[in-house]
Design a binder for this molecule. Structure first.
Ligand code: AMP
Length: 177
């Protein structure tokens, strides 16, 4: 992606102070999603930095990761697998508890969503402390998925989230703060 398109994407992300809790500066990516050109550029950019042309499954994290992940899966001719919050998946699940930037969480995956040996790319909107992504990667590996990497639209580098993902393949972010 060229520098001026990237700069436009960055300036389209809306900073919302004190959401959902005091002290959190929330990066609102919905203005990017709402613009046809910016959405396409975001997905093109994320596919490009993944360095992949083929993968079996893209895993997206509840909820904004579904948007980026599903669109990336379509570009990569891959299936899409959701990692969801507790109690949302109807079939047999594997789950994990973890801490995040604000509060704690529990995520789940369908136990038949990834076959042993399938290649997997993880996608989410934003890498903060890395707790969510680390949990999702743990679930993927627990099913025998071969993680080829993780792609984020935004990374808050000052939270050092990528340190928690150091054993699970390359980490790529389109925009870094
Ligand atoms: P973490 O587990 O700390 O890496 O948090 C990542 C998840 O929480 C991502 O799925 C984001 O959607 C969300 N998140 C955490 N912090 C922020 C933030 N400052 N702005 C927007 N989303 C955030």
């Amino acid at each position: 992606m060229d520098a001026s398109s990237l700069q436009t994407l960055i300036s389209t992300i809306r900073d919302v102070p004190d959401f959902p809790q005091p002290g959190i500066l929330f990066k609102d990516i919905t203005p990017v999603l709402a613009n046809a050109t910016f959405l396409q550029q975001a997905i093109d950019g994320m596919v490009e930095i993944s360095g992949l042309t083929k993968v079996d499954k893209v895993v997206g994290i509840d909820a904004r990761g579904f948007i980026f992940g599903a669109l990336m899966a379509q570009r990569l001719n891959a299936g899409f697998v959701p990692v969801r919050k507790k109690g949302k998946l109807p079939w047999k699940t594997r789950g994990i508890d973890y801490a995040l930037e604000y509060g704690t969480n529990h995520v789940e995956i369908h136990e038949d969503a990834i076959a042993p040996g399938e290649t997997v790319l993880l996608a989410d909107d934003l890498l903060a402390t890395g707790g969510t992504a680390a949990a999702a990667l743990h679930l993927i590996q627990g099913l025998g998925g071969k993680v080829l990497g993780s792609v984020f639209f935004v990374e808050l580098a000052f939270l050092n989230g990528r340190d928690r993902l150091s054993d699970t393949g390359p980490i790529h972010s389109l925009i870094t703060y």
